[in-house]
Design a protein around this ligand. Structure first.
Ligand SMILES: Cc1cc2nc3c(=O)[nH]c(=O)nc-3n(C[C@H](O)[C@H](O)[C@H](O)COP(=O)(O)O)c2cc1C
Length: 288
């Protein structure tokens, strides 16, 4: 069996830099930009597995890629094992793995049984992972992104879940170190540390990483194998290359990539607003 490009990243890099799944934002053009600035692995935005398999329109709206867009993980929201596996089979030749979203705390997702709602149904997460693993062999990866389980015994419950996921064959695990109810509280680095020492598969830590130094500090404390950034990389897509704020070359790159990949004006502008957040003075930002 060929080696997994994704798992090789963890062998080849002391710390794997990851662009988070971000609805509306972690699309092809933005992934292309972050890869130029030392981002090793990119996730697509979360895609609803059921609409993806039923609708050609959903597929063309939600998933665009090209040959250079690798290594790539496609993230799905799913609650039915067969649908998750079919969606995974449909994207398998265009990416390196699929990820199951078990962390989205938004009310629509919780109501519909997606995202963090699954944290209360570990047996269902198990079935979802197993179905993909049984139908698509390695080196294709199957991974899960969770938040910390919200129970009285936070550590015991989260660690039991992580161990179960490892047993059923996940390739790596991402943990956003907050519970589903937490929004702006500091991340729970002790939980990350405890998880890391309890599992063998690579662990990607997530939450509040805004700089390369922040990423390395998190690794030093927790021992995590990768770091995932969402808001930090939106406001500075060059953060993993060591820049404290968005450098001018990165803005130029964004303009050129947007032209080449037919980005909508709204998406083009949104990203510029994020990137220039800390670069432009407030008066200019308001005009912009
Ligand atoms: C605009 C935006 C969109 C997001 N979309 C997703 C998503 O599609 N899937 C997911 O698992 N998490 C999503 N998240 C959560 C992030 O991946 C990440 O877990 C969270 O923002 C914490 O990381 P940060 O502190 O680096 O922002 C999103 C976050 C933001 C800000």
């Amino acid at each position: 069996m060929a080696d997994s490009v994704v798992l090789n990243l963890f062998n080849e890099n002391k710390l794997v830099n990851v662009c988070a799944p971000m609805v509306r934002y972690s699309k092809l053009a933005f992934r292309t930009l972050t890869r130029r600035y030392n981002c090793h692995l990119c996730f697509t935005p979360m895609i609803l597995a059921d609409s993806f398999i039923c609708s050609a329109k959903a597929r063309s709206n939600e998933f665009t890629t090209n040959k250079e867009d690798r290594p790539l993980i496609v993230q799905f929201a799913a609650k039915d094992a067969n649908q998750f596996a079919i969606a995974a089979e449909m994207v398998a030749s265009y990416c390196d793995g699929v990820d199951l979203n078990c962390g989205c705390p938004q009310s629509w997702a919780m109501k519909e049984g997606y995202g963090a709602h699954l944290l209360d149904k570990p047996h269902l997460i198990r079935d979802l992972v197993l179905q993909v693993r049984n139908r698509i062999p390695g080196p294709f990866t199957v991974s899960v992104k969770i938040r910390i389980v919200e129970k009285f015994e936070i550590f015991r419950n989260t660690i039991e879940l992580c161990r179960m996921l490892e047993k059923v064959g996940i390739s790596f695990l991402t943990v956003h170190a907050r519970t589903p109810k937490q929004r702006h509280q500091p991340i729970n680095t002790d939980a990350l540390r405890e998880i890391k020492s309890s599992i063998q598969v690579p662990l990607i830590g997530n939450g509040d990483i805004k700089t390369n130094d922040g990423a390395h500090n998190l690794q030093t404390y927790t021992g995590c194998d990768g770091v995932m950034a969402a808001r930090g990389i939106l406001s500075n897509p060059a953060m993993f290359a060591g820049y404290a704020t968005t450098p001018f070359t990165c803005v130029e790159d964004w303009i050129a990539i947007s032209k080449q990949t037919n980005v909508s004006f709204q998406c083009f502008h949104h990203h510029l607003v994020f990137m220039l957040e800390k670069v432009l003075p407030k008066s200019k930002r308001l005009i912009f």
